[in-house]
Design a protein around this ligand. Structure first.
Ligand code: ATP
Ligand code: MG
Ligand code: MG
Length: 377
């Protein structure tokens, strides 16, 4: 079998690695050159895009910002999974909010803003602590602005003056005082079978994910069920096929959806070591119409992102239960270079292992690691 992935970054690479044992060949499309490349070496393959599309069993994406002309071409084959509407929901916060509202899924209070003067009404309706998000092309906290006090409004308006809000509106959200950030990774296959993973707890720094712990600590059955039910509502409502990530804010015993990612997700990388079946394998199974794999956790695990850091000692692999995933990219500030998965028999042992890990890493790049290690111990 073969699957073509739009995008040629680390997610396509990890799908390729997961597909190999199943005999599923994964090819990647470099969306800047419209060429088919090997997902690991990134070297061009001896096949044209149209040949690859024709021979593939399924077409999928590793990110939601694939140019629409490519998505249209892919959709025409009838093999694009998830479908184009689901991908565009992930690429456009206005569509995303409308979908959540139409399905009755709890999310952050918000307004869609197409002219700067509407911001005054936002303050009246939502209060003076706001987060403004460009409706398109934002990720890792880029394309966001914050208002913490009404007095900042004039200067905020000045910094937004060059944006064309008629074309790319802002989604203005009330700042939520959540207890913590969680995510649910789930998967639905072509036949409609659904499985969800245990909730993961995510620690961010400057808008970027740094550490995930899964299963999240202190999750009772009701909370996991609430997350599962949100997933089922969304996946069935969208007739979704593949892995879908749901970013959540926990406020007391209630979950609010922050955003959706119609693809395998960074906060699901722990599943490579911490679950019976990884999110990458399950995504391939889903789009190929195969039975889904067990999504149970095998024990507590953590995923530590390597961000903007190009060198550290590989001796960290001496920690039992640690695994390195290196993406092979050139180093750049704030760029995701790789990640480390760590599994342990208990949360306490996981905390000890994260402390051990911290001794091998330049900690200026890992601002959340020590704090999380201490919390778990
Ligand atoms: P990603 O890389 O996850 O796609 P993104 O740029 O799409 O990130 P969001 O997930 O919308 O951005 O926001 C980034 C982070 O900002 C969130 O993980 C959360 O920590 C914080 N945040 C976003 N919206 C709110 C809100 N309404 N209230 C409080 N904090 C928020
Ligand atoms: Mg996002
Ligand atoms: Mg996010």
């Amino acid at each position: 079998m073969s699957v073509v992935v739009y995008g040629s970054g680390q997610l396509a690479q990890m799908m390729y690695l997961a597909g190999a044992p199943l005999g599923i060949d994964v090819q990647a499309v470099d969306v800047n050159t419209d060429t088919v490349v090997h997902p690991v070496s990134k070297t061009p393959l001896d096949t044209s895009l149209s040949q690859a599309l024709e021979s593939a069993d399924a077409l999928t994406v590793e990110f939601e910002h694939v140019p629409e002309r490519l998505l249209d071409e892919a959709a025409k084959t009838g093999k694009l999974m998830p479908d184009i509407a689901s991908i565009l929901v992930g690429a456009d916060r206005v569509r995303e909010k409308k979908l959540l509202q139409s399905m009755g899924v709890a999310n952050c209070m918000h307004r869609i803003v197409t002219q700067l003067d509407d911001l005054d009404a936002c303050i009246t309706e939502l209060g003076s602590r706001l987060i403004l998000k460009a409706s398109r092309d934002g990720y890792d906290g880029y394309g966001q602005w914050r208002l913490t006090d009404e007095s900042e409004l004039p200067s905020l308006k000045k910094s937004l003056a060059s944006l064309n809000l008629e074309v790319v509106p802002l989604v203005v959200e009330k700042m939520v005082d959540f207890d913590r950030e969680l995510s649910l990774i789930g998967v639905r296959n072509k036949q409609g079978e659904i499985r969800t993973y245990p909730l993961a707890e995510n620690l961010h720094h400057q808008g970027q994910l740094h550490v995930s712990v899964a299963p999240a600590t202190e999750v009772n059955e009701a909370l996991q069920t609430q997350a599962h039910d949100i997933f089922v509502t969304l996946a069935e409502g969208m007739d979704y096929v593949g892995v879908l990530a749901v970013e959540l804010f926990q406020c007391g015993d209630k979950l609010l959806v922050n955003e959706l990612a119609p693809r395998v997700h960074n906060s699901g990388h722990w599943t490579q070591s911490g679950s019976v079946t990884s999110q990458f394998e399950n995504h391939l199974r889903a789009v190929c119409g195969l039975p889904l794999g067990d999504t149970s956790a095998i024990g507590p695990s953590a995923m530590v992102n390597i961000i903007g850091c190009g060198s550290f000692s590989r001796e960290l692999l001496s920690i039992d239960g640690s695994h390195l995933h290196w993406y092979g990219k050139s180093v750049r500030e704030k760029r995701k270079m790789g990640h480390i998965n760590v599994t342990a028999p208990s949360y306490n042992a996981l905390g000890e292992k994260l402390t051990a890990l911290s001794q091998f890493l330049p900690l200026e790049y890992f601002p959340k690691l020590t704090e999380e290690a201490n919390r778990l111990k």
